[in-house]
Design a binder for this molecule. Structure first.
Ligand code: ZN
Length: 422
């Protein structure tokens, strides 16, 4: 059934034009919306009164990690990490090795739930569960679809746990890409051998997909590449053909030479920045200078709130980046372009948020950016429409029992934490 949003103010996601019309939202993947001056007489639709509300296209997370969902509040690692590689070893690689199918499902259900309540209806995820690789992407896809979120998933292929696990990652990816849209995930240059990198790029080319990899998140990724391969990370990815697809996503990109920046701005791949994660890991600050226009934003598994990510990028960027009022919004919205240009489905105009936003100052096309940076918050997301279906109504998710998902997640979190202490 179609949805009719009446009397709301629509903010066009690109032109930022404000229009007050009734909006007819067609149900279905890749559906459209139409603007009506009069409420049609037939009643083949569900009416939602949006008087005084703002409506705009829903949001996309350009880089997420379902696997981190059950980490909040967990105990200290066995060793206090002293650098980024130790953070991976003692925190994330300890956690992801303990994930089983039930924990992955609970992580994915919670992540999808958190995303849609924040108005994020499309998630680009990068998953790792080295002892539960087979079928992990299907579990995540099913959980996302159950809640109502669209997705572009990949499995993190890596040699960090040996060649056999790298092979399993490639097999899981190939099987998943056989009947889903997705990417070929790689952890990072420093844990991917030449042989595995070649196989991953070949798989991406064969399946018409792209690579999704962490790049120069810490200086140590560059040090390893220089000492092992005699070149820098981006040069290595270019050598293997990993940068030729506009579907390819390069996470972080903090420590780059001038030549690497030049390669990036002249290739069709996309960069995704993750400000709060970089702050948390103390690895440096993102700077878009000389990187070109293909920059989008993610959360890196820190949380599922893209408005918060954009605002953090703006504030940190006042000191360390070229970011401004218009460019923070552009980067926030660039994931829309990434999905559209590459023909991925699930993020057409019939994906919408209805914002319950009160402001003590005028709000219009001319001062949108100021409200975006200083006024908008995800808690203002009142209703969410995904592929033309109402999935959040008055901040409640319709398809699932939120309390039950949270209660089960807490059980799975305790199981996970017990495993991590062994
Ligand atoms: Zn990441």
């Amino acid at each position: 059934m179609s949805i009719l949003l009446t009397n709301g103010t629509y903010i066009h996601p690109e032109t930022l034009e404000f229009t007050t019309f009734h909006i007819l939202v067609k149900e279905g993947v890749n559906g459209e919306i139409s603007f009506l001056k009069e409420i049609p007489h037939d009643n083949n639709y569900q009416i939602i009164d949006c008087t005084g509300k703002y409506i705009t296209q829903s949001f996309v997370c350009g880089h997420h990690h379902v696997y981190s969902a059950l980490s909040r509040g967990m105990g200290a690692p066995k060793k206090n990490p002293e650098n980024f590689n130790e953070i991976l070893e003692y925190v994330w690689w300890t956690l992801d090795k303990c994930l089983d199918a039930k924990m992955i499902e609970a992580s994915a259900l919670y992540t999808a739930m958190a995303c849609i309540k924040n108005g994020v209806t499309f998630v680009i995820d990068h998953h790792a569960s080295p002892n539960a690789i087979k079928g992990s992407l299907e579990i995540i896809a099913n959980a996302f679809e159950k809640v109502g979120a669209s997705h572009l998933l990949c499995y993190e292929i890596t040699d960090r746990d040996g060649i056999d696990k790298a092979e399993q990652g490639l097999i899981e990816t190939a099987e998943y890409l056989g009947n889903h849209q997705g990417l070929v995930g790689l952890h990072a240059s420093f844990t991917v051998s030449d042989d595995t990198l070649k196989k991953a790029v070949d798989l991406a080319k064969q399946s018409g997909s792209g690579i999704h990899i962490h790049v120069a998140e810490a200086e140590s990724d560059q040090d390893h590449c220089a000492s092992t391969y005699g070149m820098r990370v981006i040069e290595r990815l270019q050598k293997f053909g990993a940068l030729e697809s506009s579907k390819t996503i390069l996470g972080h990109c903090l420590h780059l030479s001038e030549n690497e920046k030049k390669i990036i701005r002249n290739c069709p791949a996309w960069v995704v920045q993750n400000t709060e994660s970089n702050l948390n890991n103390k690895v440096g600050y993102f700077n878009a200078q000389d990187l070109g226009d293909n920059i989008m934003m993610g959360t890196d598994g820190m949380h599922s709130d893209m408005i918060r990510s954009a605002q953090a990028a703006f504030f940190v960027g006042q000191n360390f980046d070229t970011i401004g009022y218009d460019s923070v919004y552009q980067r926030f919205r660039n994931a829309d372009k990434y999905l559209q240009k590459n023909g991925f489905s699930g993020h057409c105009p019939n994906n919408l948020v209805v914002l319950d936003y009160d402001t003590p100052t005028p709000f219009n096309n001319g001062n949108f950016y100021g409200h975006f940076v200083f006024g908008l918050e995800s808690q203002q997301v009142q209703h969410v429409i995904s592929n033309g279906r109402l999935i959040v109504e008055n901040r409640k998710i319709l398809a699932i029992d939120e309390e039950k998902i949270l209660a089960d997640a807490r059980i799975q979190a305790e199981r996970l934490w017990v495993e991590m202490r062994k």
